[in-house]
Design a protein around this ligand. Structure first.
Ligand SMILES: *Cc1c(COP(=O)(O)O)cnc(C)c1O
Length: 381
């Protein structure tokens, strides 16, 4: 007997045409601005790390490849290998630090590693030499974030070894901004100046990478000067503007999260709801149960702080967020089991976006998107 596999009520819909439209919007922005200043438009390195910010790496990467992205970026070799196994062919840049044991994947799957320490450079050069290859890679400069990268103030000492290696081809030099989303921050300008000084030093030691890049979504929105030869948007591709920035660009959220009411019940005055009976309304109330909880990635702090949409209206999440469900107060609404609940997205004239949800719990939108659980079915449109 065949058993039909039911789709769960809680579903993340990933609108790939919206993703591609966002990609094109960013491309057009850079092409127009570059034309106005008579420069080459930057290439777009589309960031698909962390399962494409929870959207599903393979489908997202495929859609971006189809939209014309000439390079994708992942956090680590394992993510890159997964994309290659799923037949993604465009160059894939690996942002993260490299272990020694996982270097095989770089060669076997034609990934573009980042060299961010002198030791990593030695290991890669040795591995490339053993294979008789010249490995294409990118060089990361730490201009002040103090995470990965060669220190900007130590390059005269660290770069020559790389310049001398016959087995490393440095295609690009890049850096990452710590405060691009803070319009008040002078550190951004300081990092930009350090990067430009570092580029001159790179050339002085005899390295001539064809490309330089620095801009994440916030830097891309904020300062054309840091577009260089490529930009590296992540969040913006998914239709979310990094808070607190705003844009006039036509960017649409790619992901929506919906569920359905599975039970409705009346509450007598003074009765409580859920673990800890934390919600105790004084008046007779109606509670609806929605089968999505923290195991699906919903933040436990949403209780009492955020809303969902039912019948085109905002209704509060009340009681505690449980592992597998939330409870919402639908008093005075005419609801029934089966009614759609929008956790992220539009319903009627109302909309809840991930920025709003993140602000409600004091988190970053990045964090909430990445946390969307593996239990949630992703449906691709
Ligand atoms: C994640 C990441 C990006 C993209 O950042 P967004 O803020 O999502 O645009 C760009 N560059 C590096 C090195 C990253 O790690």
């Amino acid at each position: 007997m065949e058993v039909a596999i039911a789709v769960r009520h809680t579903v993340a819909r990933v609108h790939l045409p919206a993703l591609q439209a966002n990609y094109r919007t960013i491309t057009e922005l850079t092409i127009e601005a570059a034309r106005a200043s008579q420069r080459q438009p930057p290439q777009i390195i589309a960031v698909v790390k962390a399962n494409a910010y929870g959207h599903g790496a393979t489908r997202v990467a495929g859609a971006l490849e189809a939209a014309g992205a000439s390079m994708l970026a992942c956090a680590d070799i394992e993510e890159g290998i997964e994309l290659r196994r799923d037949a993604i062919r465009v160059p894939i840049l690996i942002f993260g630090a490299l272990g020694i044991s996982d270097l095989d994947g770089v060669f076997a799957y034609r990934l573009t590693p980042t060299i961010s320490t002198p030791t990593a450079a030695q290991n890669l050069a040795r591995a490339a030499a053993a294979r008789g290859e010249r490995l294409h890679c990118q060089l990361k400069i730490d201009t002040g974030m103090n995470r990965l990268g060669f220190r900007h103030d130590n390059l005269r000492r660290t770069l020559p070894a790389i310049a001398q290696s016959r087995h490393l081809a440095i295609d690009a030099v890049y850096t990452h901004f710590a405060t691009a989303d803070d319009p008040e921050s002078g550190d951004f300008v300081c990092q930009r100046e350090r990067f430009e000084a570092a580029r001159r030093l790179v050339a002085e030691v005899g390295l001539h990478p064809a490309k330089a890049h620095a801009a994440n979504s916030a830097a891309l929105l904020r300062d054309e000067q840091v577009w260089y030869d490529a930009v590296r948007p992540g969040l913006l591709l998914y239709g979310v503007v990094p808070p607190p920035l705003a844009t006039t660009l036509e960017i649409a959220p790619v992901l929506s999260l919906t569920s359905r009411i599975v039970a409705v019940k009346g509450l007598r005055p003074g009765e409580g709801v859920g673990y800890g009976l934390r919600y105790r309304p004084e008046r007779p109330s109606t509670i609806a149960v929605v089968p999505a909880g923290y195991a699906d990635g919903l933040d436990a702090r949403l209780a009492g702080r955020a809303s969902v949409l039912v019948r085109g209206r905002r209704v509060p999440i009340v009681g505690a967020v449980s592992m597998d469900m939330i409870t919402i107060d639908v008093t005075a609404l005419d609801v029934a089991p089966g009614d759609e609940v929008v956790i992220l997205g539009r319903q009627g004239a109302e909309r809840i976006d991930v920025r709003e949800m993140a602000a409600a719990v004091g988190a970053a939108p990045y964090e909430l998107l990445c946390r969307l659980g593996s239990r949630i079915d992703r449906v691709y449109l």
